[in-house]
Design a protein around this ligand. Structure first.
Ligand SMILES: [Zn+2]
Length: 319
């Protein structure tokens, strides 16, 4: 990654790596715990550049051959393992090949680096086969495991890695980053539509996301005021042509409900959230939140989407 475009929120984690590297105590296994979309893979590439850059005074310079190759995923000593397209898992054979390769000396004078992104896409047996490499790493070897869900990795792997936390930016900073990377657009709304981190939106169409969010929120407003009825909306949202938009619509709804819960909680004493002082409004919001979350899980199954969406939307309709 070019030092000029290094996101601000990377800096605390970069400083940790710098300090450990300067003191000669950089761990051979590093678990990069990122917030979703915070750029864990980019950060792993930054580490690979930091230890392999030819310009020792301003490493990573972002300009030398090593840095350029790493940025383009073409460095002979830096391997990235991610799931193949259409698969949720990293191939076990690819992990075995990698382990065999790590045992060989590097092509240059630098480090051999393996980046697993996301590391929770490793099959259990593939993860277990990394244990030996983590316990007895060949010299000048780095294993970087990127994940937003460390609990999904085996405890044996977690305990053998140093942990680095990569916290995501606030909404305003995320929007500024996307504007710098992609140009002007309704990035605030696009971020609010998905709840995703900025790196997940680098290839997104912000105008389309903003439009989808506005449509979703105005539709539930219309259902709430009785202007339209859930069955018609459910038929439209679950129609083949619009079905790919459903995950974003559900994300919009979940974020909308979470914001309402926050507003309601902030104007009432939190003790009202439990026990006898429980307010009907906040209870209803929590029920909605649970229902949306269930629907998000169900939407990945072969369930009848029209019926499921309709039953969710009835919750917004006037009693
Ligand atoms: Zn460089």
């Amino acid at each position: 990654m070019n030092p000029q475009t290094l996101p601000e929120w990377f800096r605390p984690a970069c400083r940790e790596v710098e300090a450990a590297f300067a003191a000669g105590r950089l761990s051979h296994g590093i678990l990069i715990h990122e917030d979703p979309g915070a750029g864990g893979l980019e950060f792993a590439r930054w580490i690979a550049q930091r230890v392999n850059c030819r310009d020792s005074k301003r490493a990573p310079c972002g300009e030398c051959q090593e840095c350029l190759w790493i940025a383009a995923d073409q460095h002979p000593d830096v391997t990235r393992l991610s799931p193949e397209e259409g698969s949720a898992y990293i191939l076990t054979e690819a992990v075995r090949d990698l382990i065999a390769d790590l045992a060989l000396t590097s092509h240059g004078r630098g480090y051999k680096v393996a980046i697993f992104s996301p590391a929770d896409a490793l099959y259990l047996n593939a993860a277990q086969s990394l244990l030996k490499t983590l316990e007895e790493p060949p010299s000048r070897t780095l294993l970087l495991l990127v994940t937003s869900q460390p609990s999904r990795l085996p405890a044996t792997i977690r305990s053998r890695c140093a942990r680095l936390r990569l916290k995501g930016p606030g909404k305003a900073e995320a929007a500024r980053f996307l504007e710098a990377a992609r140009g002007a657009g309704p990035w605030d709304e696009a971020l609010a539509a998905t709840g995703a981190g900025p790196f997940e939106l680098l290839d997104a169409d912000p105008a389309a996301l903003a439009k989808l969010r506005n449509d979703t929120l105005s539709t539930i407003g219309d259902i709430g005021s009785g202007k339209i009825q859930p069955p018609g909306v459910a038929a439209r949202w679950a129609d083949k042509s619009q079905l790919p938009d459903l995950p974003v619509r559900l994300a919009c709804l979940e974020i909308w409900v979470t914001d309402r819960i926050r507003e309601t909680a902030s104007i009432r004493d939190v003790t009202h959230l439990s026990g006898q002082g429980r307010t009907p409004k906040i209870c209803r919001l929590f029920e909605l939140s649970d229902a949306i979350r269930d629907m998000r899980k169900l939407s990945l199954t072969s369930i009848n989407k029209t019926m499921a969406v309709e039953s969710l939307l009835w919750r917004w309709a006037q009693p």
